[in-house]
Design a protein around this ligand. Structure first.
Ligand code: COI
Length: 354
């Protein structure tokens, strides 16, 4: 069946929803019925379409496969108490997507058109939004270089797509992180602030090595001196030290997380003192040893808020106090969740109910 709204919509003849256990979605392995697709050629975007989720046909010479010109975003849709569904701060992701595109020499996507594609796709697959306490529909917009060409230059052609997956928790429980002082996630002048696929590829080996040593994730340090904390794995990071909420400041080596921004704003609203600044590894270690460091956690769209129970420094592991006694993170997590799931007042205007 084909209906026309803003985009052509080719509906899947049959939904796969009946074969899926929406109560137990494993993160990132189940995909909803439809996807959005739009192509860029001759200097402009063609009309986009919603179509059944499915494999792509592409040239083996597609430039993304060789030179890695690819970016993505991650955002979530939450079931509301009245059965409606709501996106969380989608414009933040749309703006960041275009900043990533600019860094990677890719065309931007009109913000209004992006939002329409997103909302139309989510409405089409609205029944795929789970309602469990830890569940949501994770939406993945992305763009890649599709020109068939051998030689390093910006591609002339691109494909922009969006698909979605019902998901549960990204991390099962708390994490142990290793302060990384050999490998680097992002260097000044590099692509660290962009959500570029290559950033994640480069993190795989150091992360696998940390896992072999018994950690779940890495606490990245700066590329120049390995003296300052930057991010943790796929998340931004925050510490409660001497009762203040401390987070590494943004710059071109740190991804400007939407969850990071949301948690900082919630914390300020709750009266917490906030410091966005350089966080020396030495200070963190001293605070972990003296007891001044009372909480540490990652914040990200996929992970939401993930407690760090152990930090591995060069001189050895330091455990945080038991999470059950933490003053701030559980409270911030609850407030964030209440807003996203429509249980609390949307004081910042973050929900976009579809
Ligand atoms: C997100 O938090 O949405 C991310 O992009 C992390 C991820 C690579 C799953």
């Amino acid at each position: 069946m084909m209906t026309t709204t803003l985009f052509d919509i080719h509906l899947s003849p049959e939904s796969r929803l009946d074969s899926v256990d929406l109560n137990n979605p494993v993160f990132g392995s189940v995909f909803s019925d439809h996807q959005f697709r739009m192509d860029f050629a001759d200097g402009r975007w063609s009309a986009g379409a919603i179509e059944p989720y499915g494999d792509l046909v592409m040239s083996p010479a597609a430039m993304v496969l060789h030179y890695g010109q690819a970016i993505f975003e991650g955002m979530k849709v939450f079931r509301q108490p009245d059965g409606e569904v709501a996106l969380f701060r989608p414009m933040e992701n749309i703006r960041r997507f275009n900043e990533s595109a600019e860094r990677m020499c890719m065309p931007s996507v009109d913000e209004g058109l992006f939002l329409s594609a997103l909302t139309e796709l989510v409405k089409t697959d609205k029944n795929w939004v789970p309602d469990g306490n830890e569940s949501s529909l994770y939406v993945r917009p992305f763009m890649f270089a599709s020109e068939a060409h051998v030689g390093v230059k910006p591609s002339a052609n691109y494909r922009f797509m969006i698909f979605s997956c019902p998901v549960g928790a990204y991390y099962k429980g708390n994490v142990k992180v290793k302060v990384e002082t050999a490998f680097t996630r992002a260097a000044p002048g590099g692509t660290g602030y962009a959500k570029a696929a290559g950033n994640y590829a480069a993190s795989l080996k150091p992360t696998a090595m940390a896992r072999e040593q018994g950690y779940d994730q890495i606490l990245w340090t700066d590329a120049v001196e390995h003296k300052y904390i930057e991010e943790s794995g796929t998340m931004n990071v925050m510490f409660v030290m001497d009762g203040k909420l401390v987070s590494p400041s943004l710059g071109d080596t740190v991804l400007a997380g939407v969850t990071r921004d949301s948690v900082l704003r919630l914390a300020a609203q709750k009266g917490m003192e906030i410091e966005e600044r350089k966080v020396p590894v030495a200070e963190l270690k001293a605070a972990a040893e003296s007891g001044a460091l009372t909480e540490a956690f990652g914040v990200g769209t996929a992970a939401t808020m993930t407690a760090i129970e152990t930090i591995g420094f060069a001189s050895g592991d330091r455990d945080l106090p038991p999470v059950e006694g933490w003053r701030w993170m559980p409270d911030l997590a609850k407030s964030l969740d209440d807003i996203r799931r429509g249980r609390g007042e949307d004081i910042f205007g973050w929900r976009v109910v579809l």
